[in-house]
Every structure is written in C-alpha cells, then in structure tokens.
Design a binder for this molecule. Structure first.
Ligand code: NAI
Ligand code: MG
Length: 337
C-alpha cells in the first residue's frame, strides 16, 4: 500500500519549496500519494479560517503531513497555527537535526552532526495577571514539568538513539536553580537512561551547554531538553550549521507527525523562485525515516550533500545563482540515480 501524506503548501515561499520538494520525491519514485490541504493565509482567503477542519481531518486520517511555512497574520487576535497544530495533535517531540554541510557559510563546515529533541507541550509560560508600571513589570512565570511529559520525551530521545545507531544522549537542564521542575526532569531522565545501558548518557547545565555547543559542537550526538531550553538551543544549532535554509524539524506525537522546515514564509523573497528548498527536503527525509523508508531517506540526504559539494545550481543564500527549481532538479538527478 502506498503511503498517503497530507501536503500543506503554505504561504510566501511555501508553494515554491513544496513544488521543489515534491519534484525530488517524485523523481525518486517512492510512490507516495499526496493529499493537498490548506492552512495559513491561503486557507483564510479561501475558507475564512487559518486552520480549516478539513485540513485537521486530513492530517488525522493520514497521520503524516509535510508542511511548508505558514504566515500567522499579525494583529486580529490570531493564535499561531503551528502552536495550534502542536496542541491539537499533542505533538510532544520537536526533533531538529543539525549537521555540517559543505559549501555553506557555516563556521563549522564539518564536525557537527547532532539532533535536538525538545519537549513541546510543557515548560515555562506566563500566567495570568501581568502588571506593568512606570518602573517595571512583573509577571508570573509558570513552569509545568510532569513525570509523564518528561518520561515520554526522554524515552523518545533514547529510542531515537537506538534506532539511528547514535551513541550518546545529553540531558540538558538547570536543576541547580530550578530545583523542583528541572530537578524532576533530570530525575526522570536518569531513570529512563538506566534502561538503555548501551547508550551513554551525560548531564549538562543549559548555560554550559550553549558554550560547549559553540566551542566544541562535535561532542554532541542527541540532546534532550525541556521546551524553553530546547527552543533556544535548537536555534543555536541551526546557526552552527549555516542558518535556517538547512534546518528541518519534525513535530511528533503518539499518533500524528508533521514534518517541516524551521524557517518561515520569507515574504521578502517570495515569488522570486530563489528560495532554498533544502530545509523542507531534509524535513521530507525525516518523514521517510518515520515512514520506515530509511534507505530512501539516506539517499535523499546524500543527494543533497553531493549537490552542495558540487556547487551545482546553489540558491543565492548559499552564494550561488540557481533558482529553487534548478537546485531541486540537480538534487533530483542525484537522488533518482
Ligand atoms: P523567515 O524564516 O521567513 O525569514 C528570515 C530570513 O531568512 C529572511 O531574510 C528570509 O528571506 C530568509 N529565508 C528563510 N527561509 C529561506 C529559504 N528557504 N531560502 C532562502 N532564504 C530564506 O522569518 P520571518 O521573516 O521572521 O517570518 C516570516 C513569516 O513566517 C512570519 O509570518 C512568521 O509568522 C512565519 N513563520 C512561520 C513558521 C512556520 O510556519 N513554521 C516559522 C517561522 C516563521
Ligand atoms: Mg524558536
């Protein structure tokens, strides 16, 4: 049975990078069936809603979605569509690989190959009753860490290590200061780690982690952490490897998984045919892993690396003069071979 996936073309550069990505997947002859669904500004224009029920239904049915960036309109009281999707499908694991690629503007053209696993449903948020005065402001920062939430994210990280043959999981925390919340996360992480004796587990305080990442990123393999720390660290990691154009992300729940690029809809370059499709393509590679097609996922990643190496039709953000589709065709030629 071929896999049916929900495809959300999105806003801004979304349709351009999705066309490019599907071109490559089609060239590989994977037999995927696409079910298109609208979200974002396109959906607001067509259906009067940013996230129509038909789109939710499609994702629920297919359980796997490939999604381009969406624009959340500023003002008008709209809540972020991405946050809404995470909540509605309980997508608790945000999984972001970051690895060195050749011919990017990265400070680390080699040596980085890590995955950040961020807890995506708990963590710190602002409670009711913010007070702003002339002299300052106070707000209650609520932190929610549960045993169940911690256990499932740490388990996800260790299972991922096992499945991908990775050797080490670093638990990032701040238990020295946030004794109850981060302390619970660390305690649960130790319990889970004990069930994976073949995988090395080390613990690192979040501030030290940031310094270590910048100085010696090659020491990291899988990082698992709570929501806010993961938010910051995963962007730091994107910076290590040359920025947004090369960083995919997966949002994974018990039932549903959504794969995307981490960058936004890039309105400044939309419609010009120059967007770099690599982040979404790498998201598609994560999707192929999830669909139990690991050889094809590897083939796709290798085709991207080989195309970067050959400097074949690179887009302007990578210093080339290629268009989105020319770059995609260059990758497709290698991925189909
Ligand atoms: P952005 O990521 O869209 O753009 C930041 C800068 O990076 C821009 O200069 C852009 O041209 C460049 N860039 C981004 N992706 C690129 C690509 N594939 N190739 C070449 N250059 C690329 O961030 P920004 O401008 O803050 O947000 C624009 C819109 O995107 C907003 O409406 C925001 O809400 C939305 N957004 C959506 C996300 C999602 O759906 N996952 C994530 C982040 C932002
Ligand atoms: Mg962020």
């Amino acid at each position: 049975m071929p896999h049916t996936i929900t495809v959300i073309r999105g806003d801004g550069i979304g349709p351009e990078i999705m066309d490019a990505t599907l071109h490559v997947l089609d060239a590989m002859g994977l037999g995927l069936v696409y079910e298109e669904a609208d979200a974002g500004m396109v959906a607001l224009d067509k259906h009067g809603e940013l996230l129509p029920e038909a789109t939710m239904e499609s994702i629920r049915r297919n359980k796997v979605a490939l999604k381009s960036p969406l624009t959340t309109p500023v003002g008008g009281g709209f809540s972020s569509i991405n946050v809404e999707l995470r909540k509605r499908f309980d997508l608790y694991a945000n999984v972001r690989p970051a690895r060195s690629y050749p011919n990017t503007k990265s400070r680390f053209p080699s040596g980085v190959d890590l995955i950040t696993v961020r807890e995506n449903t708990e963590g710190a948020y602002i409670g009711e009753g913010q007070v702003v005065t002339e002299d300052g402001a106070t707000a209650t920062l609520i932190q929610k860490v549960t045993r169940k939430g911690s256990e499932r994210i740490v388990r996800y990280a260790f299972d991922l290590a096992r499945k991908t043959g990775r050797k080490k999981v670093t638990v990032v925390h701040k238990a020295n200061i946030l004794k109850s919340t981060s302390g619970l996360f660390l305690k649960v992480a130790r319990e889970v780690a004990a069930q994976y004796p073949e995988i090395e587990c080390n613990e690192l305080i979040v501030d030290n982690t940031c310094m270590q990442l910048v100085m010696r990123p090659e020491q990291f393999d899988i990082i698992v952490t709570t929501n806010l720390f993961g938010d910051i660290i995963s962007d730091l990691c994107a910076g290590l490897i040359g920025g947004l154009g090369l960083t995919p992300g997966a949002n994974i729940g018990e039932d549903v998984a959504i794969f995307e690029a981490v960058h936004g809809s890039a309105p400044d370059i939309a419609g010009k045919g120059v967007a770099n499709p690599c982040a979404l393509l790498l998201g598609a590679a994560q999707m192929l892993d999830h669909l139990e097609m690991p050889e094809q996922a590897t083939k796709l990643r290798e085709a991207i690396v080989a195309t970067l190496e050959a400097k074949d039709s690179l887009t302007p953000d990578l210093g080339g003069e290629g268009t989105t589709m020319a770059f995609a065709r260059a990758i497709a030629g290698r991925a189909a071979a």
